[in-house]
Ligand binder design. Structure first.
Ligand code: FES
Ligand code: FES
Length: 140
């Protein structure tokens, strides 16, 4: 596989060796799941965080069905959120991810997916926390 020259080597690195690919159990109360799609291209990104009682993100993983830039952006996003407080990661901007990976302007929406996915994962975790405990999900 050869990638066009317009991609920065960091993108190629995160593309060839994406960090933290995987899934957590979304029914785990310590897990927040963000699932977002890009209307522009139909690509989908799932980013999950594991949060401890102090609100610190102890682990993160992703699955992205999308272009190389979206995969690289999710890979960077999981690296950046690990070890941070939830409020802190809400300030991560897609433009910072894009800059880090030197994404060309046409690929900006791919990094937007990562910013949205982080926010959605935090929101999901917080919604789970504030909801009164429900009956455990039925195993299928
Ligand atoms: Fe991986 Fe910077 S090269 S986050
Ligand atoms: Fe749509 Fe990259 S082309 S996420």
């Amino acid at each position: 596989l050869t990638l066009p020259r317009l991609y920065h080597e960091r993108v190629v690195d995160h593309y060839d060796n994406p960090r933290n690919v995987g899934s957590f159990d979304k029914n785990d109360p310590s897990v927040g799941t963000g699932l977002v799609g890009a209307p522009a291209c139909g690509d989908v990104m799932k980013l999950q965080i594991k949060v401890d009682d102090s609100g610190k993100i102890t682990d993160a993983c992703f699955k992205t069905f999308g272009c190389g830039s979206a995969i690289a952006s999710s890979s960077v996003a999981t690296e950046w959120v690990k070890g941070k407080q939830m409020e802190e990661v809400l300030t991560i901007k897609n433009t910072e991810i894009a800059k880090h990976l030197s994404l060309p302007p046409v690929k900006l929406h791919c990094s937007m997916l990562a910013e949205d996915a982080i926010k959605a994962a935090v929101k999901d975790y917080q919604a789970k926390k504030t909801k009164p405990s429900e009956a455990p999900p039925v195993e299928k």
